[in-house]
Design a protein around this ligand. Structure first.
Ligand code: A3P
Length: 229
């Protein structure tokens, strides 16, 4: 049957949320929606029956997982999640905020054609004084405490597990060990599941769930960033 999630990856956008999802799917006790469902931020009026229909079939004992990184920064989402999924476990991936901002900016550029402002023009209200524009998405998304506070108004700290986006690249097995422990899962995902792809510059899966073939994330993950001074 299709079940509502027991686990959500709530963000942070551009911190490694897709890698975490793809790695967790290897676990036989995890069933995850592939696309971002955006129920709690965009499609809330469609109701829980719609939400459930977007989630994968699962067996008893399997955990259903969904990732929508926009949940982390969208106001009103924590209250909705608590109302609909009171026992939820939350996974939050964080990354050094300046690198995350550059990644977010690079993603924006990839979707835009024609002229655009430089990262520095966008990031500073005043380049001379160094006053940062904390309302600009790539900056505000990295002000973790600002958003986390809203989640902590609704959930105990013990229901949130923070994943290091850096460790997810440098030692995915160790980071996944901590996630499996938090989720109360047997440690199935280990270093045997990963290999480092030098061309991609990132760890990849030895075998993807279902297909059994080696799998690296797509070209939109691991973009080059603009150099900034
Ligand atoms: P960059 O493309 O800026 O390098 P998200 O999935 O949340 O959008 O995060 C994207 C980021 O995940 C990428 O940002 C990349 O650095 C990071 N990442 C972590 N592990 C990865 C992996 N195994 N393969 C590709 N990208 C990975």
């Amino acid at each position: 049957m299709r079940r509502l999630p027991q686990v959500l990856i709530i963000g942070v956008k551009k911190a490694g949320t897709r890698a975490l999802l793809e790695f967790l799917r290897v676990h036989p006790s995890i069933r995850a929606a592939g696309p971002e469902v955006h129920y709690f931020d965009r499609f809330y009026t469609r109701g829980l029956a719609w939400y459930r229909s977007q989630l994968p079939l699962s067996l008893e004992g399997q955990l259903t997982l969904e990732k929508t990184p926009a949940y982390f920064t969208t106001s009103g989402v924590p209250a909705r999640v608590r109302a609909d999924l009171p026992g939820i476990r939350l996974l939050l991936v964080v990354r050094e905020p300046v690198t995350r901002a550059l990644s977010d900016y690079a993603q924006g550029l990839s979707k835009r054609e024609g002229s655009h402002k430089s990262f520095e023009e966008m990031a500073f209200v005043n380049v001379t004084t160094g006053l940062v524009n904390s309302n600009w998405g790539p900056i505000s998304g990295g002000l973790y405490v600002r958003h986390l506070q809203h989640w902590l108004d609704h959930f105990p700290r013990s229901s949130i597990h923070v994943v290091s986006g850096e460790n997810l690249v440098h030692d995915p097995a160790a980071e996944l060990a901590r996630v499996q422990e938090f989720l109360g899962l047997r440690r199935v995902i280990t270093d045997k599941h990963f290999f480092f792809n030098a061309t991609k510059g990132f760890p990849c899966l030895v075998k993807r769930e279902r297909s059994g073939k080696p799998h690296c994330l797509g070209s939109s993950k691991g973009r080059s960033h603009p150099s900034v001074s």
